[in-house]
Structures are given as C-alpha cells and as structure tokens.
Design a protein around this ligand. Sequence first.
Ligand code: BGP
Length: 474
Amino acid sequence: MLSDKFLWGGAVAAHQVEGGWNKGGKGVSIVDVLTGGTHGVDRKITDGVLEDCYYPNHEAVDFYGHYKEDVKLFAEMGFKCFRTSIAWTRIFPNGDEKEPNKEGLQFYDDLFDELLKYGIEPVITLSHFEMPYHLVKEYGGWKNRKLIEFFVHYAKVVMERYKDKVKYWMTFNEINNQKNYEYPLFGYVNSGVIFNQEENPEECMYQTVHHELVASALVVKEGHKINPDFQIGCMLACVPLYPYSCNPDDMMYSLESMHDRYLFGDVHVRGEYPSYAYKEWERKGYHIHMEPEDAKILKEGVVDYIGLSYYMTNAVKADAVVQGNGLDGFPGSVPNPYVKASDWGWQIDPIGLRYALNLLYERYQKPLFIVENGFGAIDTPDEQGYVEDDYRIEYLKNHIIEMKKAVELDGIDLMGYTPWGCIDCISFTTGEMKKRYGFIYVDKDNDGNGTLNRSKKKSFEWFKRVIETNGEDL
Ligand code: BGP
C-alpha cells in the first residue's frame, strides 16, 4: 500500500502552459526566442524575437488567464499536489535587477492561494528552461559565474515571499541532460549556452554546470534558513541505459554511459563529484575552475530529495554506430527488441521505471519523487469533442503498477507521482501542440488556432479514481 501522504498530482512548467509571455511586466526568456518545430525537425534557437514566426510559448494554453478554471479541474481529479515552475522572467524580467517585479510576485501568490484553497500543495521548480534572455546576451548565460549571484537572489526572493505557501522546491530541471552536450537544445535551455559552438564544448559544459551546481547548493542552504521545513530537491532526467547484451563490452559500455547520467546527481546528493569525473578531466586535460569555497558549499547544500523524470529506457551497444538525435537515443543507443516505442521514438518500458527507482535509491538512499512521466500522443477528439485516450491510460497504469512494486516489494521511499502535462501543453522538444499528455484537452492546434476551451478526456475520470483509491483501482 502507498502511504496516505503519497503526493498524487500532475506536472507542467511555466513556459509550456502560461503564455502571457509579455504580460504583467514579464521579461523575455530564452524559450520565448525559440521557434516552434515540426515533427522530426529540431526547434530552432534564434537570435532574438522574430515577429513573423509562430512562437507557441507566447500564448501556450494561456494558463496565465485560465489558472482558476484549471486548478478547479485539478481539484476535481483529487490532486494532492501540483508541480509547476516559477518563470524567472516574471520576477526578474532581465535577471540582474535588485528589485523584483511586483506583478509577477502577485501572480504566483494568486496561483498558490488558489491551489491551497483546494488543499493542493504547490511543488515548485525554480529553473525549468526559462532563464531571462538578457542574461544570455549580456553575460553569456551560466558560463559566467556571475549568474550564481543572480539566481540565488531570485531564489531567496521567491522563497521568502512564498515561505508559508510552498514547502516543496526543486532547483534545476533535468540538469543532467546537458551531459548530452552534442544536442544544442538541452544545453541552451538549461544554461543559455550553445555548447557545440564553444571552442571545447565538453569542457565548457562541465564549467557551466559547475556554476549551476554551486548555485543549487547555495539555494538549498539559504532555503533552509528561510524555512527549516522546506524540502528542496534536485531534478534528474532518468533514462536507464541497458546493456544491449551480456557481452562484457556492452556491460561495461552501459556502466560508463550511466556514469554520465549520475555525475551531476552525485554532486547534488552527495556534495561531491564522483572519482571518475576527476579522472576524465585529468585524462582530457580539462581545467574546471572552482573557487576554494566551492567544495564546502557543495557539501553543505545537499538536497533533501531527488525529483526525477522517467519516460523511457535506452539499450546501448559498445560497437553501435552513434545514432539518435539526442531525444530518442543516446550515443551507442540501439532499438531494444523487447519494447515498443512511441510515435516520437521514446521507448515504452514500465519495468524500466521500477529499475530506475532502484538504481537511484540504491545509489543515494534519499526519498525519490517521480515528477514527470507520461505518454505524448496525438489525440483526436470525436464529434462531441471527447478524447478516448485508452493508450494513455494503458501507459500510465502499467507505470503505476511498476512504481507500486518499487514501493511495496523493494521498499523505496517514494514521495509522490505527478504525470507530465496533466493539462495539454506545448511539447518542449518539438515546440508543438500536437504532442499531448493531458487528462484535460485544450482546444488549440499546431498553428495556434482554437478556442482554448478545456474538456475532460477519458483518462480524467480514470486518474481521479486512481487517486481516490490511492492507486488501488487501476
Ligand atoms: C522533459 C521536460 C519537460 C517536458 C517533457 C516531455 O524533458 O522536463 O519540460 O516537456 O520532457 O517532453 P516533450 O514535451 O518534448 O514531449
């Protein structure tokens, strides 16, 4: 049985739902200047706002204007918590101001009050791919150590302001995806840096992420001073990399590939880099600049829990030709003959979730929180506008079964489960509307047309029942 404190809910990120990109004094964030993409084509990083392009994030599903209606629907489903992010640019439009934007602060006050009215706990990510664009243009993004100061200031302002409304925090969303630095989008949205345009992309990535790790640790420390009851976590993209075969070469290759996935998690959770990181830097002649106080900061700022996203596993083969675009595969990835993939090539593997939870728990012995999981699909409403998303129910059900095994059979300390995109939102990787995850359908198409009307999909009633029975009736 799951504990009766188990946090069932849903997850989104500000820039994928809010819209209102220039309302309420909000500044331009880096996602505001990405173009939308089409299936199979990467989103593009532009050099500023192009007026003649369709920018899905600019309007998104207008959660900014509809949040009361949406929160009411979340409450009807029985959500115990709701994960979203604070758009840094609503609070500090440029990122380097001293004084916050009052209207931005008020928006999140209103949103959190609305959630709390229904007994829904806000779970807040401080940085989910939406740093101020000004910090990229003016300072070069997180490559610049100065960003630590700006981020810590922003975090302190919002933690102080919402200290009685928000208990659960996360610092950076999927910080470890930057390890996949050959794929520009991940590095850019996390750090504002296009690594493969740098002289030494990998060394630059390590230096950049080091600044984020120090900032994260400082925020954990400062946050606990503001309210000792705060639970402040990290957020890791968890993609277990299976060896393709029991050939020792494949076994070793998968272990080495997993080193990459854990590296930054180790710093968040243990307060130090793993031994193999130092060896790699030495071997490759990298010089990662660290201030003398950094080691102490990292040690003192270890996280309280690990938030994770889980969508897929990958199989890796030592002698595979490098393939994949960084979204559907990591270097050495090969199709796994035992699992199917979604339309976007994401391998569907519910057992992999139990595997992932075991990996993380064995390594860290810290509470885990599944803050993203879900099935992106093209939903087709019938004539009445109803979406019968049995495929989504099937996906989530199978994952919840394995999640429960991790708790009930493996004894994993799991705080909660918030499926991704509980209301339809803009897909991050494709920039499109048509890749949907929600229990709630939003009438908006890929070209931005639609009424923005909200309606319940079949999965809405299903998930409501799951929460009502604490995961017993699937
Ligand atoms: C994660 C991000 C989310 C989200 C999700 C699904 O990497 O944290 O922001 O979007 O992936 O990806 P997509 O929207 O591309 O299907």
